[in-house]
Design a protein around this ligand. Structure first.
Ligand code: F6P
Length: 364
């Protein structure tokens, strides 16, 4: 499939989908095709496609009209080939997925593999680069938790969706004089809840990085009631935890959460708030709507810029990097920078202070 004069690259999307993936695919492929006359091989369903030999050459018609489309035309999966390698291959009970990926990369005569994804995907990209493949990464996730880039595409779209949901909850909260809890995605990082909470005027915002004290939450709600506010909005990230849980060992915490976080943190919190305050409380879990639908204008611009820059790096043969937003510029960092890490919200981040300055309780 490789061509002598021009380059051939594989492109895949891995991990959770999000708005902007197709815009990024279009950005990479258009620039690579139109500017550099390269050939793109679309790998289906993330790294799984490189194991199952599921791929096809992408023609310009394949990346036409996809700028505004949600999801990913390539499909995605949470296949983690290196995890499987240590678990199965070392125990001699499974195939070596990494070896298969390397074989297929070579049989396709790829000059580079372009991977669009979050922390896990860019980590796998880094590990494949260490195995000798040419890899380029693009940072996507609604969680905005990738080190090395100031923002990920998908975040802005999810922020708009979450903010609109909070806006809509206000009317029911006010009509019924209730505490309304909305749970947003974010297991380890609370960027989405923090930003949506501020944008939607949340009265309480709870994120994994700042363990909450239920007594502080109860006092804040009672103070609001005493001052004549008949309702409250609580924005909680799915990975939020209490101060008691934060003190536990990892294993103990896991067990405790299995017993108490049912069906999810918003519902546990509702039970805790009702028990502490007697205030009528309801939970809403926004779920996958946060990752669906058309990308925002801002995400389309970011995804397109990052995609075209990936094509530029490809043309220059600068591999082993993840393209990134750096201030107001598009640049790139070594893939080792995001690999194996999560960008969490620092306690002294200006957005935490901003939230508190407008009277929002952060649970402490
Ligand atoms: O895309 C990242 C993320 O939104 C996380 O915040 C969330 O925990 C996860 O995806 C859940 O996705 P899935 O059920 O597809 O694995």
């Amino acid at each position: 499939m490789g061509q002598s004069a021009t380059k051939t690259f594989g492109i895949l999307t891995a991990g959770g989908d999000c708005p902007g993936l197709n815009a990024a695919i279009r950005g990479v492929c258009r620039a690579a095709h139109d500017r550099y006359n390269m050939t793109a091989v679309g790998i289906a369903n993330g790294f799984r496609g490189l194991i199952d030999e599921d791929w096809r050459i992408l023609r310009p018609v394949d990346f036409m009209g996809i700028l505004t489309r949600g999801g990913t035309i390539l499909g995605t999966s949470r296949e983690k080939p290196f995890k499987a390698r240590s678990r199965e291959y070392n125990n001699d009970i499974g195939e070596d997925k990494v070896a298969t990926i390397k074989e297929n990369y070579r049989s396709l005569k790829l000059d580079c593999l372009v991977v669009l994804g979050g922390n896990g995907t860019n980590t796998t990209g880094y590990l494949l680069a260490r195995e000798g493949l040419n890899v380029l990464g693009l940072p996507k996730t609604i969680d905005n938790d990738i080190i090395g880039t100031d923002r990920t595409f998908g975040f802005h779209s999810a922020l708009s969706i979450a903010t609109e949901a909070i806006d809509r909850l206000h009317s029911t909260a006010q009509s019924h004089s209730r505490v309304m809890i909305i749970e947003l995605m974010g297991h380890k990082a609370g960027w989405l809840s923090l930003y949506a909470g501020v944008a939607g005027g949340g009265d309480i915002i709870l994120i994994p990085e700042i363990p909450y004290d239920i007594k502080v939450i109860a006092r804040h709600l009672e103070k609001r009631t005493a001052s004549g506010r008949s309702f409250s909005i609580v924005v909680v990230a799915e990975g939020a935890l209490s101060v008691e849980e934060a003190r536990m060992e990892k294993k103990e915490r896991k067990k405790y959460r299995e017993q108490t976080v049912s069906p999810s943190i918003a519902y546990r919190l509702a039970r805790e708030i009702e028990a502490e305050t007697g205030l009528e409380t309801r939970a809403t879990v926004l779920g996958y709507t946060q990752r669906g639908g058309i990308p925002s204008a801002s995400d389309r611009v970011l995804a397109t810029s990052l995609g075209t820059e990936a094509a530029n790096l490809l043309a220059r043969g600068e591999y082993g990097k993840m393209v990134a937003l750096q201030g107001d510029a598009i640049g790139a960092v070594d893939l080792s920078i995001p690999a194996g890490k999560v960008k969490t919200v620092p306690a002294d981040h200006y957005m935490v202070d901003t939230a508190m300055a407008v009277g929002t309780c952060m649970g402490v």
